[in-house]
Every structure is written in C-alpha cells, then in structure tokens.
Design a protein around this ligand. Structure first.
Ligand SMILES: C[S@@+](CC[C@H](N)C(=O)[O-])C[C@H]1O[C@@H](n2cnc3c(N)ncnc32)[C@H](O)[C@@H]1O
Length: 267
C-alpha cells in the first residue's frame, strides 16, 4: 500500500491521519505530503491501520500517539493519566512567578505541572504526589526522560508529605461533578474517572485540599488550585475558610477564571 492509499483508508481527519502515519512510519509529515506514491513497509501500514482504528473509535490523539506536549516539554501519556491541558499552563506561570524554593504538586498525573516547574526553576525542590501508582510510574519515566529530579510520593493528598512544609502547593485536582454530561463526550470518555470526578458538585477534592493545605505551607506560602468554569466563587470561599489571605482568581487566555489561590500570613 502506498502513502496516499493508506491516508485515504484511514477515514479520519486528514491532518490527524498524516500525524499518525508519520508516527507509524517514521516519515516526516513533509515527506508524506511530498511523496504520496511512496510504498509503505507492511509493518508501518499495519501499525498505521491499528492507530487509525483507535482514532476512529474516538480515542484521544494523545493516547493513540502516546504523547502530549505541555509547557514546551513532551510527556508520555496513557489512559492511566489525564491528558495535560493547555489551560493548565496558567497554573505553571503563576507558580514560576513566585519563585518558590520548595514545591508540592498534588495529583501530579503524568507529572506535567511538577516537571514544568522544575524545568523553569532548576534549584527548587519539587515533590509530586498521586494516589495512582500507574500515574506515578509514567511521571517517573517523564522526569527521567527530561533529566529532571523530582521526589515522587504515592498516596492520598497530603498523606505522603506528613510533617513537611512547602513554599508553594499547586494542584489541578479532579473538579468535574458526578453526572456532568461532558463526561460522556469527547476525550473525557477515555480519561480515568478518578482524575476527573470529585463528588456531586465537583468540589470534593478542592474542599479537602483547601481545608488541610495550611498545615503544609511555610509562613507566606501560597496554595494555587486549578478549578472548573464557574467554580471560582466557591473555591475562593473555601480558601478563605481554610485560613488563606490575599485570595484571588486568575483568568485563562479565554478570560475564564481557571486558578484560585491564597497565601498564608507571614509570621
Ligand atoms: C485532573 S488530574 C491532573 C493531572 C496533572 N496534574 C495535570 O494537570 O495534567 C488529577 C490527578 O489527581 C489524582 N488524584 C485524584 N484523587 C486523589 C487523591 N485522593 N489523592 C491523590 N491524588 C489524587 C488523580 O490520580 C489524577 O492524576
């Protein structure tokens, strides 16, 4: 089978078909466009056929390819982890602005936030925790691939960092409400429930983190939390109730409040 026939047989969006064919064959996208008559080795054709079938079934491109870029770094991803989202880059921007020397990333998933922070602040000590062993295995591999030293911990929220304190705690926790219709649409259908859903109002994880975070922060330390659209008012209230000052919300590039944060009083 040649390149043109393979692309035509895929029955997916042409640009995605070219990306998957490049992945399966090792040919560049430019050479795929330039040489449609080129014969494909059988193994590449078979690999491409399998990838196209997964994409036709709706599986996210990031899972089919096994990779997603976040904050300029490539991350290996699998159905064990949430696919890092561009809007989460705001959380990293806000973290880097604060130049913390010690950072805790709760619910690290594939390690996207922790690695982006460590990459931007190589001197910082970064601890990254998740209750999913499969996610941590992937995150460890990503840290090794980028030669970034992260201290990974397995466990429920603050359990793996008992009696430690940080200058900054960041989290992009699950924040979708049970029964939200978006869970049955698009990429969300394929992502781990535990990475997405947080109780009947979507705030169960944020409530827990906001309630306990102060005990794990140094004086003057910040907590920054990503949240869902329309949750900013509730998250701000939870931060005030958790003992935080300077409570603020920050919008993403679309102008939607995406991150709320607060500071613990300096002594
Ligand atoms: C929305 S995903 C975020 C992943 C990654 N930080 C990112 O931004 O791409 C939430 C993560 O929180 C983890 N998680 C959910 N409940 C948890 C809990 N009780 N304790 C620790 N981690 C938890 C999930 O395993 C998942 O990796």
């Amino acid at each position: 089978m040649n390149v043109a026939a393979a692309l035509a047989s895929a029955r997916i969006e042409p640009r995605e078909a070219r990306l998957l064919l490049a992945e399966a064959s090792g040919y560049s996208e430019a050479s795929i466009l330039a040489h449609p008559e080129r014969e494909l080795p059988e193994t590449a054709a078979a690999r491409f056929g399998a990838m196209a079938a997964r994409r036709r079934a709706g599986e996210p491109m990031a899972y089919v390819v096994g990779r997603r870029e976040f904050y300029g770094l490539a991350f290996e991803v699998s159905p064990a982890v949430l696919i890092p989202r561009p809007e989460t880059e705001l959380l990293v921007d806000l973290a880097l602005e604060r130049r913390p020397r010690t950072v805790l990333d709760l619910g690290t998933g594939c390690g996207a936030i922790a690695l982006a922070i460590k990459h931007g602040l190589p001197q910082a000590r970064v601890v990254a925790a998740d209750r999913s062993a499969a996610a941590l295995a992937l995150a460890r591999g990503n840290a090794a691939a980028h030669s970034l030293e992260i201290d990974f911990r397995l466990g429920e929220w603050f359990a793996p960092v008992a009696r430690e304190r940080f200058e900054l705690i960041v989290a992009n926790p699950p924040y979708v409400a049970e029964g939200d219709p978006h869970l049955a649409q698009g990429d969300l259908r394929f992502e781990p429930r535990e990475a997405l859903v947080a109780g009947p109002d979507g705030l169960a994880a944020i409530r827990k983190i906001a309630r306990h975070a102060a005990a794990f922060l140094m004086p003057g330390g910040w907590l920054l939390l990503e949240h869902g659209m329309g949750q900013d008012e509730a998250v701000r209230e939870l931060l005030v109730a958790g003992g935080f000052d300077s409570v603020s919300a920050w919008p993403d590039l679309a102008g939607i409040a995406r991150v709320c944060g607060g500071r613990i009083k300096s002594e």
